[in-house]
Design a protein around this ligand. Structure first.
Ligand SMILES: O=C(O)C(=O)C[C@]1(C(=O)O)C=C[C@@H](O)C=C1
Length: 428
């Protein structure tokens, strides 16, 4: 186990090149990710009545009459005492200062909403985004140390799944306020939760989130799009709790459907939905599908799915697989499902063929033989006469003359040129 743990940290650490995994080690690695949950509280302190606790949010919600808050079992089961609304947020709360670590597409996409909601953003990234930040009212720092000196209330990790551990371990934690909240937006949830719990000091807050949309699917607004969150470790009745509520209100105010859910539950659902979607998209991309003049709606959907999937990085897809303990099972389910479908098709074909061969049942719609022929030849096969010389029904009969047509209307080929195989089946 220890060796495997080392292996797991190697997998997720600095270099982004991972050793090729022996297939049989994948379930073992999956177990590590689930078993390594030592201190996870995975709790949600509040929750059963989100809107009561956030009167400010209620106002916005009434402007969206169709919006519903989905409260998961996880949230309902929470045994934590509820807290009076005034202790959670107050109208006088200062806007948050949010530090985004990893400022690629996704970081920029989230930053826009944070700004729209009146909070300030500082950002850092391996690449230089200073120009973009200057144009968008964001302070950019070329190194993470300088950004942490700004002491953001929330550090929002927007790195890729594969680089998150390296990024997290490079943050100079001692420069931050002791009640800083760490949040992430990864498409997998148990992995960052366990990592945060392992690396961050116990006073630091932890909230794991997953906006179930991105720059493409959320480009026309976030209304009714699901936003999953798990308040893994937020100190109750403290400024940290208020800041956490303010942070969540960004997404609520943008119109998201807030879904409080444990990281385990998220990963189970996401493996059966997002991971399957990306897998089908990746498979289809290998078919090089092209638009035709007669596309059906369904086909258009597949083309769109393929395009969307391949425009995401392969690292994202690999992350969805490698860092979700449920993904391997889904690949296996998919394999089985494909086999079942093939069996259904070929099984039926086989039944028909056997009926013809054994029970001599003629195929519907196929011309019946002349009455003097007692035993009609199965539709697929050469007639009995011609079968005499054949070692296999795949071999057509020897020609009587090089170009003479046989009874089945198929020109015979000279014997020497015949090889057993699909192309030599008698066709009608
Ligand atoms: O909108 C996009 O660009 C996305 O690809 C979004 C998408 C997805 O659809 O799988 C990708 C990553 C996020 O975790 C959530 C959703």
């Amino acid at each position: 186990m220890a060796a495997l743990l080392n292996f797991s940290s190697h997998c997720t650490s600095s270099s982004q090149t991972h050793p090729i995994l022996p297939t049989n080690s994948i379930p073992e690695i999956s177990k590590i990710f689930t078993n390594n949950l030592t201190t996870s509280s995975s709790s949600s302190s509040s929750s059963s009545n989100f809107s009561k606790k956030f009167p400010k949010l209620k106002l916005t919600r009434s402007a969206h009459p169709l919006r519903k808050t989905y409260i998961s079992n996880h949230a309902l089961k929470s045994s934590q005492p509820s807290i009076s609304p005034e202790k959670i947020t107050s109208q006088e709360d200062e806007p948050l200062r949010i530090g985004i670590v990893g400022f690629g597409n996704f970081g920029q996409f989230i930053a826009k909403a944070i700004k729209r909601q009146g909070h300030s953003v500082v950002a850092t990234s391996r690449s230089d985004y200073s120009e973009y930040c200057q144009q968008n009212g964001i302070e950019f720092f070329g190194n993470i140390d300088a950004m942490c000196e700004e002491q953001p209330d929330v550090i929002l990790v927007c790195s890729s799944i594969l680089s998150t551990e390296t990024v997290l371990r490079s943050i100079p934690i001692h420069k931050l306020k002791s009640d800083t909240i760490f949040a992430d937006v990864l498409s997998v949830k148990q992995f960052p939760r366990n990592l945060f719990l392992e690396v961050l000091p116990s006073d630091f807050g932890i909230i794991c989130t997953h906006p179930m949309f991105g720059p493409e699917s959320g480009k026309n607004g976030w209304d009714a799009l699901p936003f999953v969150y798990d308040k893994v470790r937020i100190a109750e009745k403290t400024a940290q709790e208020r800041k956490c509520a303010q942070f969540l209100s960004i997404f609520e105010e943008e119109g998201c459907r807030m879904v409080e859910m444990s990281c385990e539950e998220h990963d189970r659902h996401a493996a059966g939905s997002q991971f399957i979607t990306h897998t089908i998209g990746r498979i289809l991309s290998h078919l090089d599908l092209e638009s035709t003049p007669i596309n059906t709606k369904g086909y258009e959907t597949l083309l769109q799915l393929t395009e969307n999937t391949v425009s995401d990085s392969f690292d994202l897809y690999y992350g969805l697989f490698m860092y979700n303990v449920n993904a391997t099972e889904q690949i296996e389910n998919l394999d089985r499902a494909f086999e079942t479908v093939k069996q259904k098709l070929f099984g039926r074909l086989h039944d028909i063929l056997r009926k013809q061969i054994v029970e001599r049942v003629p195929l519907q719609g196929v011309p019946q033989p002349k009455s003097r022929e007692v035993n009609p030849t199965p539709y697929f096969l050469p007639n009995n006469e011609k079968m005499k010389d054949l070692s296999s029904f795949a071999m057509p009969p020897p020609p009587t003359s090089p170009t003479q047509e046989n009874n089945d209307g198929v020109a015979s080929q000279p014997k020497e040129s015949l090889k057993p195989g699909r192309d030599n089946l008698v066709k009608h």
